[in-house]
Design a protein. Structure first.
Length: 201
């Protein structure tokens, strides 16, 4: 991969991950509830998903997905339903204000699912590896540059969203403000689900 191609990929990837989406909302929501350190489980889950998608690209499965639009549409619908479900569940739970016990495994699985099946993520990866990848160069050769670049940018970006959530946690010191914050974040999940349904189906 040439320097020019790397700069194009880096710019695309930075724009892709910094545009707020379900992953960002999830990082902010978890950090606002459990604090910065514990919210890093979300970053670990997102990096695991990114590693999985990058590995699938190396194996050539992304091109198979592109050529089977029915499978891609099914994954998008599942992702949209999941985001809307999380939003409504969050709205219901916010009113109860029952402080959840921190569970690494359950938060990791939830964050991994949000990262894996949300349509924004699928669209971004497919765009990156169908438009930016040079078909004349072996994919494995390009991945030596792409993988560390993508994972570094992804890690820095979502760590900053966790920091933002922790900052909001300190500001939402009263029960009323905390409930409002949780309701707003839950509404974002629903809005993302509806918007993605409108633009992708």
């Amino acid at each position: 991969m040439s320097l020019e191609e790397w700069i194009i990929f880096t710019g695309f990837w930075a724009l892709f991950v910094t545009m707020p989406g379900p992953n960002a909302v999830n990082c902010i929501a978890v950090a606002s509830e459990f604090g910065f350190r514990k919210s890093l489980v979300c970053v670990a889950a997102i990096l695991s998903q990114a590693t999985l998608f990058l590995a699938l690209t190396i194996l050539g499965l992304s091109s198979i997905l592109i050529n089977t639009p029915e499978t891609l549409m099914t994954l998008k619908i599942i992702g949209i339903i999941f985001l809307i479900y999380i939003g409504f569940k969050g709205l219901i739970d916010a009113g109860k204000y029952v402080r959840r016990e921190f569970s690494f495994s359950s938060l990791f699985v939830k964050s991994f699912l949000i990262a894996t099946i949300n349509p924004k993520s699928l669209a971004g990866y497919l765009a990156a590896f169908t438009i930016i990848i040079n078909p004349d160069v072996a994919i494995r050769t390009q991945m030596w540059v792409i993988v560390p670049t993508a994972l570094t940018i992804t890690c820095l970006n979502y760590t900053s969203f966790c920091a933002l959530g922790a900052f909001l946690k300190d500001k939402a010191v009263t029960v009323t403000l905390n409930i409002r914050l949780r309701r707003v974040l839950s509404l974002f999940f629903i809005l993302y689900g509806v918007a993605l349904a409108f633009f992708t189906i």
